[in-house]
Every structure is written in structure tokens, then in C-alpha cells.
Unconditional design. Structure first.
Length: 238
């Protein structure tokens, strides 16, 4: 088992913060996070690209390579991805990848998982199914796809958007691999109690940073104080 896989502990989940640049990863490493993921929305938006359309794969791989200088393990969000992009991410230094099915053909996603594991056996493949993402959830279909992806060799299964704790528990109980969910609907404590092994922050930090940019600029315009305790120029440049 790899060091990254060992961080996935049912009942004591890996809290995975997601970054879009080196500075954010260094801040998180200094705060004690042993691993980070990339955020496809953050990477895409930072480059003026749309998320969810496989447009930011090259930028993600380049980011992974730059993150090699940061003392954290890195998992790359490759959206739907491909064997080539997974191999490239691994060669750049990623210890894991997210591959999403986009609620497309489950058989095709199963084949992709098998092909990636054959080419890069040590890469932690987190197989995402979108049964609950931006749509009404379908637990039966989530369970079907999760089992297919597990049997194809996925090291973990990711079901973002699942909102009912009972559904989360059903997924945990049906799988022999770690379950990953997206932070938002339930507390990390509640998710831990039902056996979740990984909780991802997704685009949360990126969206929070955008909100902070707007709020700080507006405060300056209104001649109001800005948030205290910001890192100094010297801190960041160092």
C-alpha cells in the first residue's frame, strides 16, 4: 500500500484540500496537510478555460510538476481524463488521479480505469461517478457504478453531491475500497462516523479566495479596514 493510500482511513478520513497554484499548496503544507488535490474548476478558471470539458488537462499536469517542490503528496483532478493524461500526471509526480464518468457510459469508464491501472499500477485511481452531481441523486445507479469501478481496479470511489447521510452509509457498506465524498452537505465528523475515508474540499478554497478578493477590494474602495492578519509580502515572497 502506498503512503497516499494509507491516508484513506474509514472513520478517520483524509481531508483533502484542493489547490490551483504552488503558493496555496505551500500554505497548506505549512498548515500540516500531508496531501493536496488539484481543483479542476480552479485550474481551468485561472487559465480562462471552462471546467468539465477536459480543457485544462495540460495545465493540471504542469501544475503537478511544479508542486514537486512542495512537501505534500499530490492527487490530480483530470476530469474525464485518459490513459495518456494519467500517465503524464504520474510522471509529473502525482500519486493519485481523479477520473470522472460524467454520467456517460459506465463500461467505457470501467475500461479506462483498467487501462490506467495496467499502465501505472501504483497510481491511486479515484473513480468518480456523477450520479449526484448537479442533478437529482440516484443511489441505485451510484451503487451499480461504484461496484463496477471498484471491480475494475479503482483504489477509491468518489460520489460528489450525495446529500443524505443514509445514502453515504449505504455506499460505504457496499464497497471494499475507500469512499470519497465532497465537503458541504454533512460535517466531517458525521461522515467519519459512517465510515467515509476521504473528504475533498473541491473548488471550495478557490471560490473562497475569489470572494475574499472582491470583499477586500470593496473594503478599500469604501475606505474600510481590510481583514487583519494577512501574510506579508515578505512572507509570500519567501
Amino acid at each position: 500500500m502506498t503512503a497516499f493510500a494509507e491516508l484513506h482511513r474509514p472513520g478517520d478520513p483524509l481531508l483533502l484540500a484542493n489547490v490551483w497554484d504552488v503558493a496555496g499548496a505551500k500554505v497548506l503544507a505549512a498548515a500540516g496537510f500531508a496531501a493536496v488535490g488539484t481543483t479542476s474548476l480552479g485550474v481551468a478558471a485561472a487559465h480562462g478555460l471552462p471546467d468539465g470539458e477536459n480543457a485544462s488537462g495540460p495545465q493540471t499536469v504542469r501544475l503537478v510538476a511544479r508542486l514537486a517542490a512542495v512537501p505534500v503528496l499530490v492527487s490530480a483532478d483530470l476530469e474525464r481524463g485518459s490513459v495518456d493524461s494519467a500517465v503524464a500526471a504520474a510522471e509529473a509526480g502525482a500519486v493519485g488521479v481523479n477520473l470522472e464518468d460524467g454520467l456517460g457510459d459506465a463500461g467505457a469508464h470501467t475500461r479506462l480505469i483498467r487501462d490506467v491501472k495496467r499502465e501505472v499500477p501504483g497510481l491511486f485511481v479515484n473513480a468518480r461517478t456523477d450520479t449526484h452531481w448537479l442533478r437529482r441523486g440516484d443511489l441505485r445507479e451510484a451503487l451499480r457504478r461504484a461496484r463496477l469501478y471498484q471491480d475494475a481496479g479503482a483504489d477509491g470511489v468518489f460520489v460528489p453531491g450525495v446529500s443524505e447521510l443514509s445514502d453515504v452509509a449505504a455506499l460505504v457498506g457496499a464497497l471494499d475500497v475507500p469512499l470519497n465524498v465532497l465537503y458541504g452537505q454533512q460535517s466531517v465528523r458525521d461522515l467519519a462516523e459512517v465510515g467515509v475515508a476521504r473528504v475533498s474540499m473541491g473548488s471550495l478554497l478557490f471560490r473562497a479566495a475569489l470572494a475574499a478578493i472582491a470583499e477586500t477590494a470593496a473594503a478599500v474602495r469604501r475606505a474600510e479596514p481590510v481583514r487583519p492578519g494577512l501574510p506579508s509580502y515578505r512572507d509570500v515572497n519567501g
